[in-house]
Design a protein around this ligand. Structure first.
Ligand code: GLU
Length: 298
């Protein structure tokens, strides 16, 4: 695990559900600049944990786009699809310490947000399959952390995310567990990602505490939203970036992040990124959860 003086290690962890779009480029650029401006290491991890949601070829397409935008990573890409033994080991560790239970509750039996009301708990030796595996969250569990952009966060985890799923009913490893195991394995010290994941962070900190991992620092960026207030995403038909327009795309991402615009004579991705590293100022990023796409038109 990293110690507090450890060198900065950041990462970008795309899900291969479609090609890179402006929203994902913004997260990639911000995490890259934050790492590079500290002389840190920047890693790419492919969150290919959920085959049903994947688009064939998307992972390679994302990696090519990152390179086309000059966002070259250190070390080798980590693939979550190859990490099942590590997730199983973490689950075994949690199970040994009695933090897990199996849940075969039907959707109708679950509470708001899919929370388990605990009806399955008294009959652990007789739960039906398929079942999910949940981690027990004490009712009074409070998680506090300071997001580097969004400020202090106080979450009553036991009320908001009681007994959340760490292994899904379809026996796929859940994102919340996988990300915690992988951030620890990669000794990540700083996580810079979209605000749509802000409510995942307390669950991740809780798992880090149970597993004895150090928590990284978190910075949740505003996400771009469309006219219906939905996050720009593949699901909501965000257009794929054209790698041939990489310099302009980078300028768009920097503008969104309210960074100093690179002077126009800088035309290559390398020139634009090296200017952006030298002028990186996270304090200029708006401390808000969402920015409508319509407000970006110059
Ligand atoms: N794979 C997640 C996504 O694309 C990001 C995970 C993370 O940064 O922790 O939304």
């Amino acid at each position: 695990m990293p110690d507090s003086n450890a060198q900065y290690r950041g990462r970008f962890a795309p899900s291969p559900t479609g090609p890179l779009h402006l929203g994902s480029l913004i997260a990639a650029v911000a995490s890259y600049l934050d790492a590079r401006s500290c002389g840190g290491t920047w890693l790419v991890r492919m969150d290919d944990l959920d085959p049903p949601r994947e688009e064939p070829g998307a992972a390679q397409c994302i990696l090519l786009s990152l390179q086309g935008h000059g966002l070259h990573w250190d070390e080798s890409v980590m693939w979550q699809s190859e990490r099942a033994p590590a997730y199983t080991a973490a689950l075994e560790e949690l199970a040994t310490r009695d933090h897990l239970f199996c849940c075969d509750c039907t959707r109708a039996m679950l509470g708001p947000g899919g929370s388990c009301r605990g009806r399955c708990r008294p009959r652990q030796s007789a739960v039906n399959s398929p079942c999910s595996t949940r981690v027990s969250v004490p009712d009074n569990c409070q998680i506090h952390f300071t997001d580097q952009l969004q400020g202090p966060q106080h979450i009553s985890l036991g009320e908001q995310f009681p007994d959340f799923v760490v292994k899904r009913k379809d026996r796929l490893d859940a994102y919340q567990l996988a990300v915690v195991v992988d951030d620890a394995e990669q000794a990540i010290t700083h996580v810079v990602r979209g605000s749509d994941l802000l409510d995942s962070t307390p669950r991740q900190i809780f798992l880090q505490q149970l597993l004895g991992y150090r928590s990284p620092k978190y910075c949740h960026l505003p996400v771009i939203t469309n006219s219906q207030g939905q996050k720009l995403s593949k699901q909501h038909h965000a257009p794929a970036l054209d790698d041939k327009l990489a310099p302009a795309n980078l300028r768009g991402a920097l503008k969104f992040l309210q960074q100093t615009a690179p002077p126009l004579p800088l035309t290559t991705v390398q020139q634009i990124l090296s200017f952006a590293i030298g002028h990186w100022s996270p304090r200029r990023i708006p401390a808000t959860l969402a920015i409508p796409e319509s407000s970006l038109v110059s």
